[in-house]
Design a protein around this ligand. Sequence first.
Ligand SMILES: Cc1cc2nc3c(=O)[nH]c(=O)nc-3n(C[C@H](O)[C@H](O)[C@H](O)COP(=O)(O)OP(=O)(O)OC[C@H]3O[C@@H](n4cnc5c(N)ncnc54)[C@H](O)[C@@H]3O)c2cc1C
Length: 327
Amino acid sequence: MTLNTDDVWVIGAGVIGLTSAIALAEGGHRVRVVSRDAAAATTSAVAGGLCWPYRIRPYERAVRWSVRSFEVLAELAHRPQATGARMVTGTMASASTAPGAADDGLAAWYAAVPGLRQAVADELPEGCGSGWRARTPLVDMPAHLRYLERRLAAAGGGVERREVRSLDEAGRTAAVIVNCSGLGARSLVPDREVHPVQGQLVIVENPGVQEWFVAAESGAADTTYALPQPYGLVLGGTARENAWSREPDPAVADAVVARCARYFPQVAQARVLAHKVGLRPARPSVRLEAERLPGGALCVHNYGHGGAGVTVAWGCADEVVRLVRDA
Ligand SMILES: Cc1cc2nc3c(=O)[nH]c(=O)nc-3n(C[C@H](O)[C@H](O)[C@H](O)COP(=O)(O)OP(=O)(O)OC[C@H]3O[C@@H](n4cnc5c(N)ncnc54)[C@H](O)[C@@H]3O)c2cc1C
C-alpha cells in the first residue's frame, strides 16, 4: 500500500495536538487527530491558561515559541467569546528584590512582551520585593479547546477517539505521524524522561479580582496564583514531581486557598466551585524533532511541554509544519 504524504495523523487532542493539527490542515494537509481522551478530559483543559513560560526547557526555544504564541493569542483575543482568549493585565511577583534576574533565562521574553515593565513598590503586595507588570493573553482553556476543534473541522480535519498502541502501528496508516501525546509519550515512544508534575487548582466564585497575579516564593516549589477566568477565579498552585494521582486532595486545596488569601483576603470566604488536578507532561527538555520510523513513515515528536503547553503551542505548531515540509 502506498501512503499519501499529504495524510497526517496527529496523536493527541490537547492544546499541542490541536494547534499542530490546525497548522497542518490550514497548510493543505489532510489531517486526522487520534486521541485516547476527549479534549475536555486532557491536562490542557485543566491549565490555568496564562501565557508565560514556566517549568519548561530549554529556555531559548521556549521563549521563541512563547513569543510566537503570544502574537497568535493576542490576535484571537479580539474575539474572546469565540476563542476563549483575552488580554488581561497582571503582575508576576517575586519575593526577591531583583525582578527577573539576568540569569533566569527569560531575558528575551521580558524584552519581547509589549509594554512589560518593572512593578513599582505600591503595585506589589507585602512580602514581594519585585515584579513585572504586563498585559498578556489569559486563555479560558475549556472554551479554547472547543474553538480549536471547530477551527480544525473548518479546515477539513477530524478527531477520532482511540488509543494508539505503538508509533509503528500508526506509521503503517499514515505517511506522517505527529506525536503530541504529552505524558502518554512515556509509554507510547517509550520515553522514560517524560514524567508527571502534578498540579492542583481550586476554582472559586470571583470576589472581584480583575487582574492575574502570580507570586513565586523563594525556595518554594509551589507558586501562588490567582487567574480571573469567566468560569471563576482560578487559585493555584502546586507542583509535585512524579505524583500520578488526579484526585484532588482536600488538605492541599485548603493550603492553596490559604496561600492565596495572604494576597487576596476575600478568597478565604469565596464559594468553592470546583477542584481540579492535572499532570504536567514534564521532560528535561521539550522533544520537538523529526525521526524516521522503521517502516519509513516520518514521525515528528512534539511533547514534554511541562508547565507551559498553552504558552508555547502555536510556536511549536509552526515548527511542526516546518519539519514536515523540510522532510
Ligand atoms: C494545574 C496546571 C496548571 C497549568 N497552567 C498552565 C498555564 O497557566 N499556562 C500554560 O501555558 N500551561 C499550563 N499548564 C501546562 C499545560 O496544561 C500543559 O503543558 C499542556 O496541557 C500540555 O499539552 P499536551 O497537548 O502536550 O498534553 P495533554 O493536554 O495531556 O494532551 C495529550 C493528548 O494525548 C493523548 N494521548 C496520550 N497517549 C495517547 C495514546 N497512546 N493514543 C492516543 N492518544 C493519546 C491524550 O488522550 C490527550 O488527548 C498547566 C498544567 C497544570 C496541570
